[in-house]
Design a protein around this ligand. Structure first.
Ligand SMILES: NC(=O)c1ccc[n+]([C@@H]2O[C@H](COP(=O)([O-])OP(=O)(O)OC[C@H]3O[C@@H](n4cnc5c(N)ncnc54)[C@H](OP(=O)(O)O)[C@@H]3O)[C@@H](O)[C@H]2O)c1
Length: 336
């Protein structure tokens, strides 16, 4: 027992990828999990995952770009499950292409789903949490919330925007003395279906830039963040820490490095499959359920030592302090 049984949790983008793994992780704690996304195959399969894991699922087909749909979904969750405890924003889409090849309508759509979708989810959650003065919002972010990379201009813009939006909101909640919390979890490359269903104009099959983590690593980080939302931000994976630290001290060097390597590292080298679906305007799961994992199981790791350290930094600091005190005592004893 975790003491979190029956929590009411909303996950956007729950039909596939990280959102699917997050929903399942909350389900395994016997939460009541509302699943928001568009694809009905994916939503149905996600609901089955949760039921099998011991939770209770509520599928609500929703396009997060439309605030009316998101707000109606929140209303329905509260009617069927009760007050929302945790809202996790995950839903996103992108276009893999150089900026010059992205049409204005495509850029706008990515922004409406990937940035405004988070704003809509946050608004729907806050409207209900603020009057009760409790609740947690988790924004699933990315190392690309701080560092832009080539071929993902619309996505990087959205992720940076979420970071700024969330920071501003956090200040407002602190100003108000609110007990509603918001935190952001910056993810590394994760093996999800996005590389098979995001609209791609690249010649080769898209891939996450290694090192690649399994979606369950991301899900563990999100569940931990939901349980410990006072921390403003979580960084997941050594690659996220390395990217964010390097970008803080030498962004110009990273510009040049990514200009040289970023096109190649985001493609497998094998041609993009003919007839690959694209989920920009409609869901791509009509033919099949894509699940949580993408095509890179053989290259992805199910663990992150860095995430463990980040989740236990109090313990590590205490152990470090104890070690230092022991060393100091030994050194003092050795003095003549
Ligand atoms: N995978 C990575 O390498 C990686 C790295 C860093 C950060 N992240 C972050 O993790 C999150 C999830 O990424 P992912 O790789 O798991 O993505 P994914 O596999 O492509 O899954 C995206 C999810 O969003 C939903 N979605 C797309 N458009 C939607 C819309 N208009 N309305 C509602 N739902 C919509 C999709 O379902 P439907 O199509 O059924 O609606 C799906 O459930 C994103 O916020 C991303 O920024 C991922």
């Amino acid at each position: 027992m975790t003491g979190k049984e029956n929590q009411v949790v909303v996950v956007t983008g729950a039909s596939g990828g990280i959102g699917r793994a997050v929903a399942r992780a909350f389900g395994a704690r016997h939460a009541r999990v509302a699943l928001l996304a568009r694809g009905e195959q994916g939503l149905g399969a996600a609901a089955d995952d949760i039921t099998r894991a011991g939770g209770t699922a509520l599928e609500i087909p929703t396009d997060v770009a439309d605030f009316t749909q998101v707000d109606a979904a929140a209303e329905r969750v509260e009617k069927e499950f009760g007050p929302i405890d945790v809202w996790v924003n995950v839903a996103f889409t992108s276009v893999f292409a150089p900026f010059s090849e992205i049409e204005p309508a495509e850029f706008r759509r990515v922004t409406e789903v990937s940035y405004l979708g988070y704003v809509h989810g946050t608004k729907a959650a806050l409207n209900r949490m603020k009057p009760r003065d409790r609740g947690t919002i988790v924004q699933v972010g990315s190392a690309l919330a701080y560092r832009g990379i080539p071929l993902q201009s619309a996505y990087c813009g959205a992720k940076h925007a979420i970071q700024g939006f969330n920071e501003a909101l956090r200040c407002e909640l602190l100003h108000d003395g609110s007990r509603v919390r918001t935190t952001m979890v910056q993810m590394p490359a994760v093996n999800t279906p996005q590389f098979s269903w995001v609209l791609s104009k690249l010649p080769d099959h898209a891939q996450p830039v290694p090192p690649i983590y399994q979606p369950e690593v991301a899900a563990r980080a999100v569940v931990h963040a939901a349980d410990h939302p006072r921390r403003r931000e979580y960084w997941v994976g050594g690659s996220t820490v390395g990217t964010l630290a390097a970008n803080a001290v030498a962004p110009g060097i990273l510009d040049r490095y990514l200009a040289r390597t970023g096109y190649r590292s985001q493609q497998t080298g094998a041609a993009k499959p003919a007839g690959q679906p694209a989920n920009l305007w409609q869901p791509a799961d009509r033919a099949r359920d894509f699940g949580a994992h993408g095509e890179f199981d053989d290259k992805a790791t199910p663990r992150s030592l860095q995430l463990w350290a980040s989740r236990h930094h109090g313990l590590l600091a205490a152990a470090g302090g104890a070690l230092a005190a022991t060393a100091l005592a030994a050194w003092r004893r050795a003095q003549p």
